[in-house]
Ligand binder design. Structure first.
Ligand code: MG
Length: 277
C-alpha cells in the first residue's frame, strides 16, 4: 500500500467531493457494527459492508489494492490490521477491528472501528479489551482535535501518544501509520501516531488525512501471517485500531467518516466541527 504522489492540498471543490465517500464509508461500518455478534463469520460482515457501499453508489476501494478481493479488513484479537475476511467465526469476548473504505465518483473514504463481542462469562477479559478499544478511540479523537489547532501535521502524533499513555500501559504500533487520502485511498503525507522529529507539512485548508492509531495491550513488534496480509502482534497481545478520514477546510475541520462530522467525539476536547460549505 504505497503512497501516491498527488499534491496534498485539495481545492474547495475537491473537498466537497470527499463528503459523499466519507458518508458511505461510515454507513458501511454502522451496518457492520450492528451485525457483529458471536457466531457471525468475518466474510458475512464483508458482504454486509459491500452491499451497503454498492447500494449507495460506491465501490469498495480496498478491492483496488493489488491482490486484495474484499471490502473490509477484519482483524481479531492479536491481529492488528489487514485481516482478511473468511470463514472465521467470531467468538464471545473477541476484540474485532473492522476497516472499511468506499470510493464514490473517484474520491475515497477510509475508516475503522474496534468492537468487543459480549461475553457474560468473562467480564474481566471483556473489560480489559474494551479499555484497549476505548483508549485507541480516545487517542484517535485526541489526534483529530489537535489537527483543529495544529500548525504542522506531525503535532498530532504527540497528541495521540500522550492520549494513549494517559490510559495505561499500552503499545503504539510504529510500523503502520495513517496517510493522506483523496483520489487514491493512500496518498502523501504519512500521519504518525507518535512523536517524530520532523514537523511535517503545514496544516491548512485542503489537507485531508486518514488518522489511524493502532494500539496493543503489550508489545509493538508485529509479523505478517501466511496469508501475506494479516498483521499480528509478536507477543500475542490484543490489538485495537480506530480510524477516521478528516478534512481541514477554510471553516475548520470536518470528520468525513463520522455520521455527525465528529461532533460527539470532539466535544470532550472543546472542538466543534464545521461542515464543508
Ligand atoms: Mg487507512
Amino acid at each position: 500500500m504505497g503512497f501516491g504522489g498527488a499534491r496534498i492540498y485539495k481545492t474547495p471543490d475537491e473537498l466537497r467531493l470527499m463528503v459523499r465517500p466519507g458518508v458511505v464509508t461510515a454507513a458501511s461500518l454502522a451496518a457492520v457494527r450492528a451485525a457483529i455478534r458471536a457466531g457471525v463469520t468475518t466474510l458475512e460482515l464483508d458482504a454486509i459492508a459491500e452491499r451497503t457501499i454498492r447500494g449507495a453508489g460506491g465501490v469498495p476501494n480496498f478491492m483496488k489494492e493489488p491482490g486484495y478481493r474484499h471490502t473490509l479488513c477484519v482483524s481479531v484479537n492479536d491481529e492488528i490490521v489487514h485481516g482478511v475476511p473468511g470463514d472465521r467465526v467470531l467468538q464471545p469476548g473477541d476484540i474485532v477491528s473492522v476497516d472499511s473504505g468506499a470510493e464514490v465518483d473517484g474520491w475515497n473514504g477510509d475508516a475503522a472501528i474496534t468492537v468487543v463481542v459480549p461475553d457474560p462469562s468473562r467480564p474481566e477479559l471483556v473489560a480489559e479489551r474494551q479499555a484497549l478499544a476505548d483508549a485507541t478511540e480516545h487517542a484517535l479523537w485526541a489526534g483529530i482535535a489537535s489537527l483543529a489547532t495544529a500548525r504542522r501535521l506531525n503535532d498530532i502524533g504527540g497528541a495521540i501518544e500522550d492520549a494513549v499513555d494517559s490510559r495505561g500501559e499500552y503499545g503504539i504500533i510504529e510500523d503502520y501509520v495513517g496517510h493522506g487520502i483523496g483520489r487514491s485511498m493512500h496518498e502523501d503525507p504519512p500521519v504518525y501516531n507518535f512523536r517524530v522529529r520532523p514537523s511535517g507539512p503545514h496544516v491548512r485548508p485542503g489537507l485531508v488525512v486518514a488518522i489511524e492509531p493502532m494500539v496493543t495491550g503489550g508489545g509493538v513488534d508485529s509479523h505478517i501471517l501466511a496469508d501475506d496480509w494479516t498483521v499480528a502482534t509478536d507477543d500475542g497481545s490484543d490489538a485495537a485500531h480506530w480510524e477516521h478520514s478528516v478534512a481541514v477546510h477554510a471553516g475548520g475541520v470536518w470528520v468525513l467518516t463520522a455520521e455527525d462530522g465528529g461532533a460527539a467525539g470532539l466535544a470532550p476536547f472543546g472542538v466543534v466541527p464545521v461542515p464543508i460549505a
